[in-house]
Ligand binder design. Sequence first.
Ligand code: B1M
Length: 252
Amino acid sequence: MDAVDACRVLSGEDVSCAAYIGRHAPEQQEKKAAAPASPAQLTIGEAIAKGMQAEARAIASEMLKTVAPLHLVEQHLIPALDLVGERYERQEIFLPQLMNAASASGAAFDEVRRAIEKTGAQGEGKGPIVLATVEGDIHDIGKNIVRTVLENYGFHVIDLGRDVPPARVVEAVKAHSAKIVGLSALMTTTVPSMRRTIEHLRAAGLHVPVIVGGAVLTPDYAREIGADYYAKDAKQSADIAKAILREAEERP
Ligand code: B1M
């Protein structure tokens, strides 16, 4: 039966590996033993951990009536994903569950973006800032939050997406005469891509200030790979971008 289950996963017959997870994940065995929770009692963290998209969206939307969007991100959504990441690392959950949790958090992040967009200036032209998740890295939830916050502060953001090769960043900086570059990386294995991107920019004679961010980075490491600024979160990236432009304007 184990071999048949695995075969169905590999052939794509078992969509999202739901049947496999149902039979094999320790979490499912625990769930069977526990009393079912009513959706009304779910927290946003539980909805994300269980990959419940509609519930995550509904709870986020409800919470945003009383909680500031960035507070929801920093105090609820990131900790929920951190927990999911830790469980994945300990091999307590499988990759499809990590993906489902990411989709559920995506629904909550959509609500956050909508709430932020309602309040701000919407990319009216400061900058422009070229933004990318570096080559080899497909994590873009954080980058997308950074983009929304920067736009909210009135920056024009050219978002190159995720898994972006250094040459495309160089091209975009030249094409748009970008004033700032923002790079995101979430894995220890992709921070070297960040270093390569900065090296490509410098080799092309582009001394545009580079802000880097992402959970694996530290200010020291950012300095070591040649970045000009490290931002720990989206709000700090906007504060740094404002300071960079202010300084440039004040320069004789
Ligand atoms: Co993956 N993943 N993942 N993942 N994932 C991590 C990063 C990991 C730490 C999980 C773990 O094992 N504990 C681990 C990396 C280990 C390491 O390198 N040390 C990991 C792994 C291994 C992987 C895969 C390799 C798994 C596999 O395939 N076997 C694979 C990667 C494939 C690839 O990239 N080539 C993979 C895939 C995925 C999903 C697709 C399932 C999904 C991503 C969906 C998506 O992004 N569209 C996913 C997720 C969701 C995570 C975790 C659980 C959550 C990441 C996240 O979105 N956090 C993550 C564990 C964790 O972070 N604890 C994990 C929320 C987000 C808002 O925070 O991105 O940190 P963050 O952004 C913050 C700040 O960091 C900062 O501001 C944001 C808001 O305040 N910030 C910036 C970010 N960028 C910035 C840029 C700035 C300034 C600030 O200036 C420009």
